[in-house]
Design a protein around this ligand. Sequence first.
Ligand code: PXP
Length: 250
Amino acid sequence: MELGVNIDHVATLRNARGEIFPSPVHAAFVALEAGAFNVTCHLREDRRHIRDEDVRLISSLTKRLNLEMAAEDGIIKIALEIMPRSVTLVPERRQELTTEGGLNVLNDIKKYEEINKEFRFKNISTSAFIEPDLKQVEAAKKGGFDFIEIHTGSYANKMSLKEKSVELERIKEAINLAARVELKVNAGHGLDYKNIYNIAILDGIFEFNIGFSIISHSLFVGLGTAVKEMVKIIKSAEFSKLKSAGEVKN
Ligand code: PXP
């Protein structure tokens, strides 16, 4: 299991003062050095945080970039030019504070099939950010995605343990179906230092994409330490799973 760090909020801070710092490119390399497997940037149509030059520069310096994006022609063209390792397609609405809800792949399977063909031709893997909904998992398979990223926002937002366990069940079912149809699984949104463990002990998730909690924590402990602390929790969940499967002693 790996950690992907979303660095959009570094750009939000930079843009708040119209400055050239803090630099998302610098943040990307601190996160990767500290043990992140990937960095994620969301190049929004309104360019509210990450800008074209950020993703162009990061992608020219490392392959470990996951580009989050809407399935819109202009952004697809940029993605095909800069060649990130992977793209994650998300819904986008102008007024939203962050990505709200998952992609409706089911409504547009043909459109996604065409888009995924273009990315596959360039060897860029593709992921659909979807709710833990079995119909959307099947649609993502039909639409030709390599990965799904399960939207964990509902799990993260539920207050009671009972409600959280209902959400975890939905997530487990989505992971199981994805495994049966041979889709790889990532997960993200709203994950933090407290709620990550109960998701990370589930089987079948490859990568967690986490932004807000890590960047917030980094204000107090530094980005490298914030990333390392999150990696440590994810790896400890992995260790517990291996231990209970009898694959490690002690
Ligand atoms: N994954 C996707 C697809 C997202 O849109 C976001 C938010 O930008 C995240 C993960 C990270 O969410 P958070 O900032 O709440 O950790």
